[in-house]
Write a protein that binds this ligand. Structure first.
Ligand SMILES: C[S@@+](CC[C@H](N)C(=O)[O-])C[C@H]1O[C@@H](n2cnc3c(N)ncnc32)[C@H](O)[C@@H]1O
Length: 465
C-alpha cells in the first residue's frame, strides 16, 4: 500500500495472527484472506465489537474455524450466560481499526482506555505530517495517534503511565498490521529521556482538576507546573532540528492578563518557535460542570480550586512547537474546528516569513486551494451592505482569513502570477481614482496578515530593480 506521504506504509498482512485477521475482516482498505468480508461476518463483528452485544457460541467460528478460541486466548472474547461477548469495543477511525475499553457504567475505572475522542481528532488534524524518522506519542491511550504517525515515520514510540493503554496500543498495532510502533511505560517524557524526535504528539490529561482520580483526565501538577506547561517544556527539549510538536493544552486565565498570556510565556521560554491556537474560555463553573463527571466529583470543590489559583476563566487550545531559526512566536484564534490536513496550515504559519512592506509588494501571493469564502454583500431589510469576507481553507487549523470589502477586488487579482504591486496597478487602471495610498497600505497589511495566518502562500518575490 502506498502512503500519501510518499513511502510504503509499514503494514504487513500476517494472516497467521488471529488478531490481525480480526482487523482485516473489517475491510477498511486492507486485503482480507478471501477478499471482501461477507455480510454475516460483518454482522457478527458489529454485534460483538461495536454494539457490545452477545452472539451464540459457535457463531464466531462461522467466520472461520476456531476463531472463537483464538480470540478468547487473546483476551478479546469471554463467555457469559447468554453466549459470547467481546471484552473490548472497536471503533473505525481514519482508516484504522481501533480497539478500546467498553463504555463505563456508573463507576468509571481509574485506568479506563477511551476510544479516539474529538480531542484525539484535533491533535491528529493539527499534526504536521511529513515523512520523518522518529515520532513520539506521549500519553498514547489506545494508540490512535501513534498508529496514524506510523504511516509517515520510520519509528514511533508510544508512551503511557497506564499499562492497559500500552496493551491496547500493541493490540491495535497487530490489528492493523503495523510494525513500527514501540510502546514504553512511564511518566510523560521520562521513558525517552535524552532522545530526540522529528514529531511529538500529546493529547495528555490537560484538565485543570483538583483530583488525581482518572488517568485520562487528571494530570497532576509537578514542580508548580500544570501538565500542559510541563509537556511544552519537555517537548521542546525532545525536538530534533526542524521537528514539530502538537500538544492540546488548557490553562488558567488570571485576572488582568490577556487570554493567551500563559501559553505564549511557555512558548517563549521553550527556546522553540511556536504557534498558540486559542480556542475558547469558560468560566470556572462552566468548566467544572463540563469536566467533573466522576461519581465523587464535586463541582463546587472544582470551582473553589480554580478560583483559589486566581483563575477568572479557563482557556483551551493547542500549542505547536517548531525547532527552527529564526524563532517565531505566533498566536491565532481558532474560529472553526480544525479539519482535513490542518497541519498544512500550521506549517505555513510557522514557516511564514516576516515580510516588510517592500517584500509584500514584490511577492506573488495566492490563497491556498481549496477554500470557501463568505459573500461580501449582504442583502437585508435595510438594503445592500458590504461586510468583511471570511476565508476558510478546506485543510484548516481553524484559523480564518479576513478581507475587508474595500481591498477585496485587489486581493481577488492575486493569483500567484501578479505581484501585489502589479495587482494594485491593475486595479488603478481598471478603476481610475479608486486606489488611494490608504488602500495600498490596507492591501499590503491584508496580504501580510493572510500569509502569517497560513491562508496565502507568499510565492516567489521579484527583487525591485
Ligand atoms: C486524554 S487521554 C488521550 C489518549 C490518546 N492520546 C488519544 O488522543 O486518544 C490521556 C492519556 O494520557 C495518559 N497519561 C496520564 N498521565 C500520564 C503521564 N503522567 N505520563 C504519560 N501518560 C499519561 C493516560 O493514561 C491516557 O492514556
Amino acid at each position: 500500500m502506498r502512503s500519501v506521504y510518499g513511502r510504503f506504509v509499514v503494514r504487513r498482512a500476517d494472516f497467521d495472527d488471529p488478531v490481525h485477521r480480526l482487523g482485516a475482516l473489517w475491510d477498511v482498505g486492507r486485503p482480507t484472506r478471501s477478499g471482501v468480508s461477507p455480510a454475516p461476518t460483518i454482522h457478527t463483528l458489529r454485534r460483538l465489537f461495536i454494539e457490545g452485544g452477545t452472539v451464540e457460541s459457535g457463531e464466531v467460528d462461522e467466520i472461520e474455524p476456531d476463531f472463537e478460541d483464538s480470540l478468547r486466548d487473546e483476551g478479546l472474547l469471554e463467555q457469559v450466560p447468554t453466549g459470547v461477548r467481546a471484552t473490548v469495543r472497536i471503533s473505525l477511525w481514519r482508516g484504522l481499526v481501533i480497539a478500546h475499553d467498553r463504555p463505563p457504567g456508573v463507576q468509571i475505572p481509574r485506568d479506563i482506555v477511551l476510544r479516539p475522542s474529538p480531542t484525539t481528532r484535533t491533535v491528529a488534524t493539527l499534526t504536521v505530517r511529513r515523512r520523518c524518522r522518529r515520532a513520539l506519542d506521549v500519553g498514547t491511550g489506545c494508540g490512535a495517534l501513534a498508529l496514524l504517525a506510523a504511516a509517515h515515520a520510520d519509528e514511533v514510540i508510544a508512551t503511557d503511565v497506564n499499562p492497559r493503554a500500552l496493551w491496547f496500543t500493541e493490540l491495535n498495532a497487530r490489528i492493523n498490521g503495523i510494525e513500527n510502533v514501540r510502546c514504553v511505560e512511564g511518566d510523560l517524557f521520562e521513558p525517552v529521556s535524552g532522545e530526540s524526535f522529528d514529531l511529538v504528539m500529546g493529547n495528555l490529561p490537560f484538565v485543570q482538576s483538583p483530583d488525581t482520580e482518572f488517568l485520562f483526565r487528571d494530570g497532576a501538577r509537578r514542580e508548580g507546573r500544570d501538565i500542559s506547561e510541563t509537556a511544552v517544556v519537555a517537548s521542546a527539549d525532545a525536538l530534533a532540528p526542524d521537528g514539530f510538536a502538537t500538544l492540546l493544552v488548557n490553562w488558567l486565565v488570571i485576572d488582568g492578563e490577556a487570554p493567551t498570556a500563559a501559553p505564549l510565556s511557555w512558548v517563549r521560554a521553550s527556546g522553540c518557535s511556536g504557534l498558540v491556537l486559542f480556542h475558547s474560555v469558560q468560566s470556572p463553573r462552566t468548566y467544572a460542570t463540563n469536566w467533573a463527571h466522576g461519581p465523587d466529583d464535586d463541582v463546587d470543590e472544582w470551582v473553589e480550586y480554580l478560583r483559589s489559583r486566581g483563575a477568572v476563566s479557563v482557556a483551551n487550545g493547542a500549542i505547536i512547537l517548531h525547532r527552527s531559526k529564526p524563532r517565531k512566536v505566533r498566536s491565532a484564534k481558532m474560529s472553526v474546528s480544525p479539519s482535513g490536513e490542518g497541519g498544512r496550515q500550521v506549517e505555513r504559519v510557522l514557516r511564514a516569513p516576516s515580510l516588510d512592506d517592500e517584500a509584500v509588494r514584490s511577492s506573488r501571493p495566492k490563497i491556498v486551494m481549496p477554500y470557501t469564502s463568505t459573500s461580501r454583500v449582504r442583502h437585508d431589510a435595510d438594503g445592500r451592505t458590504l461586510r468583511p469576507i471570511e476565508i476558510h481553507l478546506a485543510d484548516t487549523a481553524g484559523i480564518a482569513g479576513v478581507v475587508q470589502p474595500v481591498v477585496a477586488e485587489v486581493i481577488d487579482r492575486l493569483d500567484g502570477v501578479l505581484t501585489v504591486g502589479e495587482a494594485i496597478a491593475a486595479q488603478r487602471t481598471a478603476s481610475p481614482g479608486t486606489v488611494s495610498p490608504e488602500l495600498e497600505a490596507a492591501v499590503v497589511s491584508t496580504v501580510r496578515a493572510l500569509v502569517v495566518a497560513g491562508i496565502m502562500e507568499p510565492g516567489e518575490s521579484t527583487p525591485s530593480a
